[in-house]
Design a protein around this ligand. Sequence first.
Ligand SMILES: NC(=O)c1ccc[n+]([C@@H]2O[C@H](COP(=O)([O-])OP(=O)(O)OC[C@H]3O[C@@H](n4cnc5c(N)ncnc54)[C@H](OP(=O)(O)O)[C@@H]3O)[C@@H](O)[C@H]2O)c1
Length: 276
Amino acid sequence: MIAPEYSLRDGNTIPALGLGTYGLDDQAGIDAITAGIADGYRLIDTAYNYGNEEAVGEAIRRTDVDRSDLVITTKLPGRHHGFDETIASFEESRSRLDLDWVDLYLIHWPLPRIDKFVESWRAMISLREKGLVRAIGVSNFTQAQLTRLIDETGVVPVVNQVELHPYFPQDELRAFHDEHDIRTESWSPLARRTELLAEPTVTEIAETHGVSPAQTVLRWHVELEAVPIPKSSDAARRRENLDVFGFALTSEEVDAISALSRGRIWGADPETHEEF
Ligand SMILES: NC(=O)c1ccc[n+]([C@@H]2O[C@H](COP(=O)([O-])OP(=O)(O)OC[C@H]3O[C@@H](n4cnc5c(N)ncnc54)[C@H](OP(=O)(O)O)[C@@H]3O)[C@@H](O)[C@H]2O)c1
């Protein structure tokens, strides 16, 4: 199964679903990511701070899938905000990934108290101009922070990767993304499993379609046109998670799942969260 793609505002494309890699480390991580690519995942999500860029690089070397068919994402950590620091941090990531170019580079968290994300954004614009990065975006940015980037540099992020799942559907932020042609990516799309997959709303809709609760939730993301990046260390669950393009939810089913809304699962508010 290969996911369909969306066009990004800069002309690049992004698969409609990707593989999260937080916690996929070492040999087991290399094997899981390699198997994920063999099963059809083309969008791979890592970060400097996951400590597994080398494992991702090794999986890319092992695969026989054409490099230009993969969309490799990594992220700038908080401790490297600033123009020169961003360039140096990117080179460290690129070297660990062992890549000529990175497909999608994101600012991991805005860290408004440090107030250097605009400088980092300027560095990312220059990395893109040099061809070292194909597309640039952000993660965990609020509407106000996105507006500041756009107003001060004129360059709109192609993606904002944010916490998004049925417990936290982010209606307002998604509407803002739509207005500015920013693609939403959903992190913790299964709400880290929690009790979400046992919610009667989810299990009943799953039964109607003859699919699993995880597939129901991931299809809900697809119906919202957000790009989920579920992580699984298990081969069967990774295949299950990718297999969500053969059925559709009705708008009533989408609304019923969105009505599970209650807030963030671990409380990391981008206005205050600091992760270095
Ligand atoms: N930008 C950011 O700040 C940020 C923050 C958090 C995460 N992320 C990214 O988003 C990715 C995904 O988020 P996440 O790992 O926090 O949470 P998630 O993908 O919502 O959930 C992962 C959990 O769900 C389980 N799971 C996966 N597929 C399943 C299935 N089909 N049925 C039942 N359980 C299933 C996994 O267990 P098994 O592994 O045992 O299958 C794991 O415990 C991360 O890996 C990372 O790449 C980004």
